[in-house]
Design a protein. Structure first.
Lengths: 109, 117
């Protein structure tokens, strides 16, 4: 069983659409991270959440600790948003991180 | 947040050779992690590198194949030894957990894309 489950696995959207990626986890966490990986391979941390909601430009991340669920939203999507989005959780015991399998997003002009 | 310089960014290697990947962090961190990402897959933790002690390897990974050094709190290397085409992957270093500053961090190097012929 995976500690972190992401959905959908693949997503294609038209430019301008509102996008939601979901993440559910089964372990106790100290923080949840949303990561972005472009085709070159580098990974960038978009958000770190331990409660509530964060917004950065067109990106919004929310977390519900009771339900062990987080969502990443992209408003007014753009082709440059095309990337793999990975949900990662830091366990609240030790320094272990668990990763989702990623959501591959393609935004078509 | 921490900034990690990782090199090489990519390499093409011959079967049977070894390659060492380096990661330099711009701040002191307690834990450094090495991950492998095979094509189309998510990240798999290879080992945790602790300064002053041997690395802790995950199931399926052994020190003879992936020796790791951690000489100080800002630097680590991962060597992929006696490479085969199955080792073709992206290798990423990461810092995560609690830095000496007290911040909760998760930062990755740019990745090293390795192709073994």
């Amino acid at each position: 069983k995976n500690e972190v489950e992401q959905s959908p696995q693949n997503l294609t959207a038209q430019e301008g659409e509102f996008i939601t990626i979901n993440c559910s986890y089964s372990v106790g966490i100290s923080a949840l991270h949303w990561l972005q990986q472009h085709p070159g391979g580098g990974i960038v941390s978009l958000f770190m959440l331990s409660s509530g909601k964060k917004k950065h430009g067109r990106l919004i991340a929310t977390i519900n600790i009771q339900e062990k669920h987080s969502s990443l939203h992209i408003t007014a999507s753009h082709p440059r948003d095309s990337a793999v989005y990975i949900c990662a959780v830091g366990a609240n015991t030790g320094n272990q991180f668990y990763f989702g399998t990623g959501t591959s997003l393609t935004v078509i002009p | 947040s921490a900034v990690i310089s990782q090199k090489p960014s990519r390499d093409i290697c011959q079967r049977g050779t070894s390659l060492t990947i380096q990661c330099q962090v711009d701040s002191q961190v307690t834990m450094m992690f090495w991950y492998r990402q095979q094509p189309g897959q998510s990240l798999t933790l290879i080992a945790t590198a602790n300064q002053g002690s041997e690395a802790t390897y995950e199931s399926g990974f052994v020190i003879d194949k992936f020796p790791i050094s951690r000489p100080n709190l800002t630097f680590s290397t991962l060597t992929v030894s006696n490479m085969s085409p199955e080792d073709s992957s992206i290798y990423l270093c990461s810092v995560g957990g609690t830095a000496y500053s007290g911040a909760n961090v998760l930062t990755f190097g740019a990745g090293s894309r390795l192709t073994v012929l």
